[in-house]
Ligand binder design. Structure first.
Ligand code: HEM
Length: 290
């Protein structure tokens, strides 16, 4: 078993927390990003919306601990969080410049080092594309490895995602092709996980919990922007998680939506989200909050 069970999101999945985090309370994510019901039938959605530039990569109470976690991962496990595809330096640097301009800081380095520098200015993970994934600094992976995605196009990147190709594959490619530099787009993503670590490049080999009330809701706020000089694009991922007990305490409507979304997940998608094992017990538990 590689996962070490703990409740501190800023400690890697395979390490024991070394600090006292008893007063830690996860930041509730903005209502506009929460799992929402769009249709009666399950369907992946592209769901990108235009975003005010001023809101591109906002900071909040979890920004400082997330950046501290990144700094530590870069110091101790750099190979697991930084990747560069041959020839990706120029695009990586252009992406880094956008982040530095947004934050109002000057970059000191070039190439992939500039992207690492930029990644420490914001809480978000940075993935640079140029038709294929060419570089990235990803410290909050939800059970995937950046290194395994290098050189892959969107369809290949999403191969593990059940029903991606048939439901959104084409629409994602069109969205990527139409991106603009001065108009960030935003979308969100959710899942339920049995471990809260932000840094979690793999899933556990067997379910970690028996009690569904100990699960976590994990949400990603993702943005997309074009890189005008190189023709590439920058994909950012900001990951939040909240204990499911705190999430459903936000209101019966939250529990109801989650229940309905989980109930209608096809088995292959539930399996991809590592939810199949928990589905029945989780649905029964959620019913008491509706
Ligand atoms: C409009 C753009 C995009 C859409 C609609 C989209 C959609 C999705 C969906 C539906 C999932 C499955 C997540 C879940 O339901 O649990 C997913 C996973 C993922 N996406 Fe995207 N995505 C987009 C852009 C990107 C980009 C630009 C990247 C860049 C690398 C990316 C990387 C990933 C990765 C690494 C995963 C996890 C794959 C795995 O499990 O190995 N996505 N995406």
């Amino acid at each position: 078993m590689t996962h070490v069970l703990h409740q501190h999101p800023f400690t890697p999945y395979d390490e024991l927390p070394t600090i006292d985090f008893t007063s830690f309370k996860a930041l509730p994510m903005a209502d506009s990003m929460l799992p929402a019901e769009m249709t009666n039938e399950f369907r992946h959605r592209v769901g990108t919306r235009p975003l005010d530039m001023a809101q591109w990569l906002p900071s909040d109470e979890e920004t400082a601990p997330t950046i501290a976690m990144k700094r530590e991962l870069l110091r101790t496990r750099r190979d697991e969080v930084v990747s560069l595809h041959p020839g990706g330096e120029v695009v990586a640097q252009e992406a880094a410049q956008l982040v530095a301009d947004f934050v109002g800081t000057k970059l000191q380095s070039t190439g992939i080092d500039a992207l690492v520098e930029a990644a420490l200015m914001v809480a978000d993970d940075l993935v640079v594309m140029n038709q294929v994934v060419v570089a990235g600094v990803v410290c909050s992976p939800s059970r995937w490895r950046l290194s395994s995605k290098l050189g892959q196009d969107m369809l290949a990147v999403h191969r593990p995602v059940a029903r991606y190709a048939e439901q959104v594959g084409g629409a994602v490619d069109t969205t990527m092709a139409r991106l603009k530099a001065d108009q960030p787009m935003v979308r969100s993503n959710w899942t339920i996980e049995d471990h809260c670590a932000l840094f979690q490049p793999i899933g556990p080999s067997a379910p970690l919990l028996s009690d569904p009330s100990q699960l976590w809701v994990r949400m990603e706020r993702q943005t997309l922007r074009a890189l005008p000089l190189s023709g590439g694009s920058l994909f950012t991922i900001r990951t939040y998680q909240q204990p499911i007990t705190q999430y459903v305490a936000r209101g019966a409507d939250k529990a109801r939506t989650l229940h309905s979304l989980i109930q209608r997940l096809p088995d292959d998608v539930a399996k991809y989200k590592s939810l199949l094992h928990y589905r029945e017990s989780l649905l029964a538990w959620l019913e008491s909050y509706i």
